[in-house]
Each structure stands twice: as C-alpha cells, then as structure tokens.
Ligand binder design. Structure first.
Ligand code: PLP
Length: 284
C-alpha cells in the first residue's frame, strides 16, 4: 500500500510527491532534518526534536517552514493517515528551489517534506545480542551540531562497518571517539562511570542522549561528559549507543575486542528499559 507523504502543504500518495530538481537540498545538501520516533501511535520527545530543528535552521539562516504547533499537527496527521503505531517520522527542511549558486538565494520559500516509516523498534534482535562496532576516521565537516542532510561520510562509515562484518562504526578524530555513524557513543568504565563525549560542534546533540543522561543521573549513575579513546573503550565494562530510533543499544565488541562476557551489560539494559518506559509515558 502506498504511503501518504507530506510535501509543502499537501498530503500526497508517495508516487505523486515531487520536489524540484533545483531544490538546494538536492543540489547542495542545503537542508536539515529530524527523525522522531512513534510508539503506541504517539511521538517521542517531539519538543526536543522541534527545538533542535529550530536551532539547525537558525545556524544556517534558513527560514522555518511553519511554527512548532503546525509541525506537530502535520506529524500527527501523517501518523494517523498512515496508521503508524511504531516507527518513525522523517522531516526535512531545505532552503528551497533556486538557480544554482553558492550564495543563499533571497526570497525563496523553504521546502518541507515529511514521511513515515513503520518499523518494529522495541522488539530488536540487537538489543538482546548487542552490536559490534569498528572504528573509522571521522572525516565529516566541523559543524556536526547542525543536523544537515549531508550524510555521505556516515554512509561510508556504515559501509566500512558492513564490509568488516560489524554493525556500525564509531568515528575517531584526534585519537578520540566523537560519536557513532548515526548515534551517540558511550562507555561504562571499570568503576561504573558512564562516559560520553561532551557537547560541542564535533558531535550532534542527541535528543536521546539528553534524556538518557538525565535518567542515568536520576538512577544514581555517575556521568562524565568527556572524550574517550578506542583503547579505553576496548577495556570498558560496557558500551552502548543512543539514537531516536535505536533508543539505547548495547555494544559488545569494538574493533574485534569483546567487552566483558560479550553480552549486553546491565547499565545499557537498565537504561534502555527506563528510556522506553519514561518516553512512552511522556509521548504526545
Ligand atoms: N549522532 C549522529 C551523527 C546522528 O546522526 C544521530 C541521529 O541521527 C544521533 C547522534 C542521535 O541523535 P538523536 O538521539 O537525536 O536521534
């Protein structure tokens, strides 16, 4: 069955949804995006995603296509029209269509495209067995705090992981892990401290990261926001990643080194449970 997608004010069958070949998102990756999770037909952390979108747009001097309330209404309408109970809403704003030029065009309306992906997220094999990651150099640009659609570097990292028989890649810059290809990266040290990279323009400020760190602190876990190396990660007690679509996902192998007994650790498992439970309660 064809999905209903949203394009610039219209709800259309996906086959009829069109964007100009002159759209700057297509020509120059001049666009930003958000992915919001749907559980029980409701949106997880909508306000967090909307706030990050507003920040991304502001950093790029890009006009907002509509206000936050309208955005929420479109999210809900798409979820309802596509009868999504579990999955994602993808949202993309681009600077719009204009003659190709490096300078930003003036007076051009931004494009807004949104679609849903129905997907089983809670019942995940990786959550039970854990993921294997490899490290690769972080070759991305220096404004990773802006959630732009230029995703070729993370795609290449993901392909390197696949080629190595792993599930994902952790990105390394100046000898230290920044984040995963499409997620934030964490380790639990021998004394039980949860360590994840501090916020800066070197990483995306994950909405799931913010929630998970809050839940970890509330659960009495010591949290350190600082850089760590792959060497430190390889001898960690546990590791995991977070993102909107994976929640908290345990990592059991890094560059071939098995962590602990090779099974998902208790901190990752507990934080996954808390995150899912609390997110469900707060969903809108
Ligand atoms: N880091 C990167 C590079 C990402 O692409 C993502 C998600 O797409 C994240 C972190 C996790 O962010 P969030 O928790 O908001 O999904």
């Amino acid at each position: 069955m064809s999905r209903t997608v949203y394009v610039n004010g219209k709800y259309l069958p996906e086959e009829e949804a069109m964007i100009s070949v002159f759209d700057r998102g297509f020509l120059m990756a001049d666009g930003v995006y958000e992915v919001t999770t749907v559980l029980d037909g409701k949106l997880i952390d909508f306000d967090g995603h909307a706030a990050r979108l507003e920040r991304s747009l502001g950093e790029l001097d890009m006009a907002a296509p509509c206000d936050r309330a309208t955005l929420l209404a479109i999210h809900r309408e798409l979820v309802a029209r596509n009868a999504v109970t579990e999955g994602l809403v993808y949202l993309q704003v681009t600077r719009g269509a204009a003659d190709r030029d490096f300078a930003y065009p003036e007076g051009v309306a931004p494009s807004l495209v949104m679609f849903t992906q129905a997907k089983s997220l809670i019942d995940s094999k990786a959550a039970k067995t854990g993921m294997k990651v490899i490290s690769v150099p972080d070759i991305r640009w220096a404004r990773r705090d802006i959630k732009t659609v230029q995703l070729l570097a993370p795609s290449m990292a993901k392909m390197a992981a696949k080629a190595a028989g792993a599930d994902d890649a952790w990105l390394v810059e100046d000898g230290q892990v920044t984040e995963g290809s499409s997620n934030n990266a964490y380790i639990v040290t021998a004394d039980g401290t949860l360590v994840t990279r501090d916020l800066s323009n070197r990483i995306l400020h994950g909405i799931t990261r913010a929630a998970v760190l809050r839940f970890a602190r509330e659960a009495g876990i010591k949290v350190e926001e600082r850089a760590f190396t792959i060497e430190e990660a390889k001898v960690a007690r546990e590791a995991f990643i977070t993102s909107a679509s994976t929640f908290v996902m345990p990592v059991v192998e890094i560059d071939g080194a098995r962590l602990g007994d090779g099974a998902p650790g208790p901190v990752a498992t507990r934080l996954r449970e808390i995150y899912i439970e609390e997110s469900r309660k707060a969903a809108v």
